[in-house]
Design a protein around this ligand. Structure first.
Ligand SMILES: *Cc1c(COP(=O)(O)O)cnc(C)c1O
Length: 375
């Protein structure tokens, strides 16, 4: 008789969980929100915007309902026409926001070491703007992209969905470069308010325009100046965000120490490659992604994922398929993207969340070691 061995982890290990400080009692503040009748875009959203702006180094912050909405509003307010360059190695929302804002999408390849948008791949492309991504939290090469955009007179925008808490090589926080950066606060990101996003910019006039944009384009007199959206953040999200800002630096620190364990333990094995963080930069590690070299590791990414799943460990093949291989983008033409294709076929993300116990990371590393030994 064939009795199946029980999985290494009796309880499923999730890929990620939102970290919410459930110990502080938010009930009085919530009751106050409900009693006040001010359910959206009120005092708590304002407090959250201020706290986030201070944390990010003194930028203007416009809270919105999602990162996708924020990107659409930024593109709309820039008022450009023509194609926008995005990486293909990203989450689908990066490209979708460009398309929803009425632009054509142009895909550019990734840097093989940092996995972020490669400035050399952007250079030959015709574009009205560039939308770069801080992939998995590693800041993209903002300075080279900025120089490139300046030489063309086109704006640079950052999809900073993964980058809340990340730092550029010059030590400044992600959030302060380009015409705007847009963070996501959905449940898989490093800071979450359930749903939500933050647009950050150093340009006060642009921030004011974005505030109008998130109110349908209505500055308050009901004469809409342009086609905006309802992009507001609710007060419940604002309250969660303002509250989360107090604990965020501590969570980020824990998250980074968990990644240190992964990096130390898994770099002992051949054929597992980590994302390069540029010298001086800091990643907030929205995800811990590794590349699997099948020859050197002894099994490919798909087999590693299947074997981990058998032991109850969730993983994700981020970002596979890459955008230029997705059905929605089948009509987009452009150059071949060999680095993106190679990344998409070899990448796996492992469980990581800020309140994950360190021993769980160690046990997952033990398991990967054992799978390698028994391959
Ligand atoms: C999650 C994500 C988004 C979308 O964020 P929402 O807040 O869900 O709209 C955009 N870009 C990237 C890279 C993401 O990972």
């Amino acid at each position: 008789m064939n009795t199946r061995r029980p999985p290494r982890f009796p309880e499923p290990v999730p890929l990620t969980r939102p970290t919410v400080d459930a110990d502080t009692d938010l009930e009085p503040a919530l009751k106050e929100v409900f009693r006040s009748g001010m359910l959206t875009n009120g005092r708590h959203v304002r407090e959250f915007e201020e706290a986030a702006g201070a944390y990010l180094g003194g930028v203007h912050v416009v809270a919105v309902s999602s990162c996708t909405t924020g990107l659409m509003l930024v593109l709309r307010c820039l008022g450009r026409s023509g194609d926008v360059v995005v990486p293909s190695f990203t989450f689908m929302a990066t490209g979708h926001a460009v398309a929803w804002a009425g632009h054509g999408v142009r895909f550019a390849d990734a840097d093989p070491r940092t996995w972020t948008l490669d400035p050399d791949a952007v250079a030959p492309l015709e574009a009205s703007a560039v939308l770069a991504v801080h992939t998995f939290g590693v800041p993209c090469d903002a300075d080279r992209l900025q120089a490139l955009c300046d030489s063309r007179g086109i704006p640079l925008i950052f999809d900073a969905a993964h980058g809340f808490g990340s730092r550029y090589p010059d030590g400044t926080m992600v959030g302060g470069k380009g015409v705007a950066e847009v963070f996501s606060l959905s449940p898989t990101k490093t800071l979450s308010t359930g749903e939500g996003g933050l647009i950050t910019t150093r340009d006060a006039a642009f921030a004011a325009e974005l505030r109008t944009a998130r109110e349908y384009g209505n500055p308050g007199d009901y004469d809409s100046r342009f086609i905006g959206l309802n992009g507001r953040m609710t007060e419940v999200s604002g309250l969660m965000g303002a509250h989360a800002m107090k604990s965020f630096p501590r969570w980020l620190h824990i998250r980074q120490s968990l990644v240190d364990i992964y990096r130390r333990r898994l770099s002992e094995l051949p054929g597992l490659e980590f994302q390069e963080v540029p010298p001086g930069a800091v990643s907030a590690y929205k995800d811990l992604a590794i590349r699997v070299d099948p020859t050197r590791f002894g099994m490919d990414r798909d087999e590693l994922a299947a074997r981990l799943a058998r032991e109850n460990v969730s993983t994700r093949k981020y970002f596979s398929p890459a955008l230029h291989r997705q059905t929605a983008y089948r009509d987009v033409t452009g150059p071949d993207l060999p680095v993106t294709d190679a990344l998409a076929s070899s990448m796996i993300t492992l469980p990581l969340y800020s309140h994950m116990p360190a021993h769980l990371v160690d046990r997952i590393c033990d398991l990967v070691h054992d799978l390698h030994a028994g391959r």
